[in-house]
Design a protein around this ligand. Structure first.
Ligand code: OXD
Ligand code: MN
Length: 608
């Protein structure tokens, strides 16, 4: 059954023929492709099989029409630069909607429209939008193809750049289609770059119908629908109804000198170092002793309780869509090694030799051309856009863990929450139990970054780093988190970290990067019961002596701020958290309010 290369009307006839013979799930898929084709009127329909030859043909075609610029073939074989439209360089939270029958289902944390209004608005945009273009049908699987935790989707798009990225980021093609046929269910994602006009751009989610419609943007998080739209917004809704968690978290394995590996899942907002932490290289002394970090995922984690009561996690993605600026041989040698071949770069600068370049790469080379294709002029703009990216297969990472392919996932020992907090929040603390841990996640705050349009550096509440990604009411989401604490559960310990605390001079107090391993070591020792801490109202804090600081020079100010807490400032923070929880009204679970009050009361007492 050759579904490829069919032209518009032919493809519709071929689709109709196929539909008679196909199983009911493929029937539904064909039906949907035909409906979209009638609406969007593409010249051609191409069913993606995910093969190498298909990828070669697509990248060849994009080289010809200038969508992709080949990089220096000696230093960066089979790698390209894509320059996006200058108005289309980040996620657009103000244009991202969750369309549910009841407004309260989407919650105050989402922009909302009724499904009928959402469809009407989107279908008007899609009408005739693929004339002269090819409609690509991308069957994909989020997660290992044979894992019970994985879920499938199909994205329809008119962007070959999206197809090429989805091939790297997901398990795409024939095997996914076979699973869809077997399972009979899939998430529908409809995407068109439209006119790339910010005035005609929307990203809409219909969780009750497992459907996404995205128009007018070719940027990653808006256009690679398997990523934020499916694996977080729609999956969080699926997870709620099916009893699991879809989270904005990296997953790493921490191997100790005895050869035992603990798995850690960590939530940080976009562009706050998830990729760096997931690929961490331990400090020299640790490496000599046999410590090693294994990378499972850098952005998304799906977790569910196993038979033994522990939470088991998979990375639903197959690649990294990482932030380029700041990636260097010092900050993330594994990421740098990963992107030396078979990589698509988006909006980075170029050297005179056609090699990719970004601010902070620190390798002695210099840029000749900026991300807009103009001669580099430091006074005008940075060479690389602050949200420029690399798309690369996870398997190219030197620290890639073979356990990434485990159908059952990996058991999680610790969950970490963290934000960018210049003040108040110490280096690390441990929640006293699951309910406190859920509050710590719910109260997370962070300064905004360039990953989304809008002001950078503004402190906002970003619960569990899911503010832009939770597909339903945060109050219900917190209740869902709390529901995992039941008989027989052996839940991970929960921690909060802050790598971004600053001193009075405005400089970071903690060296970060590889040295973050010292903090991970303390966490794992807490899990095993072999490290000490002091109990305080905000949680259990290590004393400087509880964490191995050999070789780290900290000033007195750094020790005080990283390992202490300011009772008055925290009292204010708890008030702020209380006000924030109240924004959700009566749907907010009372257990979290009680927990907030317990900590506020403890802070008001004179001694810890
Ligand atoms: C991302 C993001 O691309 O969070 O991962 O914006
Ligand atoms: Mn992310």
């Amino acid at each position: 059954m050759d579904r490829k290369r069919a032209s518009g009307p032919d493809a519709i006839r071929a689709g109709a023929d196929m539909a008679t013979a196909a199983s009911s799930s493929l029937d539904a898929l064909n039906q949907w492709v035909l409906e979209v084709a009638r609406l969007a009127q593409p010249d051609r329909i191409h069913w993606c099989d995910g093969s190498d030859s298909e990828f070669d043909a697509l990248t060849g075609q994009m080289e010809e029409d200038g969508t992709l610029l080949p990089l220096d073939a000696e230093t960066h074989p089979r790698s390209w630069l894509h320059r996006s439209h200058p108005d289309d360089v980040a996620r657009v939270e103000h244009l991202t909607y969750v369309c549910t029958s009841e407004r309260d289902e989407a919650g105050p944390n989402n922009h909302w429209m009724t499904p009928a209004d959402g469809h009407a608005r989107m279908d008007a945009l899609f009408e005739g939008c693929m004339r002269g273009r090819t409609l690509y049908v991308i069957p994909y699987c989020m997660g290992p193809i044979d894992s019970p935790l994985s879920r499938c989707g199909v994205e329809i798009t008119d962007s070959p750049y999206v197809v090429a990225n989805m091939r790297i980021m997901t398990r795409m093609g024939a095997a996914a289609l076979a699973r869809i046929e077997r399972e009979g269910t899939f998430v529908r994602g409809l995407h068109s770059i439209g006119e790339l006009d910010p005035e005609r751009r929307f990203i809409m989610h219909f969780p009750e119908e497992l459907t996404i419609k995205s128009y007018g943007s070719g940027y990653g998080g808006n256009a690679l629908l398997g990523k934020k739209c499916h694996a977080l917004r729609i999956a969080s809704h699926q997870a709620r109804t099916e009893g699991w968690l879809a989270e904005h978290m990296l997953i790493l394995g921490l191997e100790n000198p005895a050869g035992e590996t603990h798995y850690i899942a960590a939530a940080f907002p976009s562009a706050c170092g998830k990729t760096n932490l997931a690929m961490l290289i331990p400090p020299e002394g640790y490496r000599q002793d046999g410590w090693k970090v294994w990378t499972i995922g850098d952005d998304i984690c799906w977790m569910r309780p196993g038979k033994d009561g522990r939470l088991y996690a998979i990375n639903p993605e197959a690649g990294f869509f990482g932030v380029a600026p700041g990636t260097s041989a010092k900050s993330n040698p594994n990421a740098l090694a990963s992107v030396q071949r078979d990589t698509i770069f988006t909006n980075v600068g170029l050297t005179a030799n056609n090699q990719p370049w970004w601010e902070g790469i620190d390798d002695g080379r210099s840029p000749a051309t900026d991300w807009r294709g103009e001669p580099y002029d430091a006074g005008k703009r940075p060479a690389a856009h602050p949200n420029s990216r690399f798309t690369v297969s996870a398997a190219q990472c030197p620290s890639y863990s073979p356990r990434t392919e485990d159908a059952e996932g990996v058991p999680i020992s610790a969950i970490v929450f963290g934000g960018r907090r210049a003040s108040l929040v110490p280096l690390v603390f441990e929640a006293r139990d699951w309910t406190h841990g859920v509050l710590v996640g719910a109260a997370m705050g962070s300064e905004t970054t360039a990953a989304a349009t809008g002001a950078v550096g503004v402190m906002r509440r970003d619960p569990m780093a899911m503010k832009p990604f939770c597909g339903y009411n945060f109050a219900d989401y917190f209740s869902h988190w709390l529901s995992f604490d039941k008989d027989g559960a052996r839940l991970p310990k929960v921690f909060h970290v802050n790598w971004f605390r600053k001193g009075d001079d405005g400089k970071f107090l903690w060296p970060g990067f590889g040295d973050n391993l010292r903090v991970l070591e303390w966490m794992i020792k807490r899990v095993e019961g072999s490290a000490d801490a002091i109990d305080t109202p905000i949680g259990a804090l290590p004393r400087p002596g509880d964490i191995n600081l050999d070789g780290v020079a900290l000033t007195d100010e750094a020790r005080d701020k990283l390992f202490g807490f300011d009772r008055d400032a925290w009292r204010e923070e708890l008030d702020g958290i209380g006000t924030y929880l109240d924004e959700y009204g009566p749907r907010m679970p009372s257990a979290l309010k009680v927990e907030q009050q317990r900590i506020a009361d403890a802070l008001s007492r004179t001694s810890a």
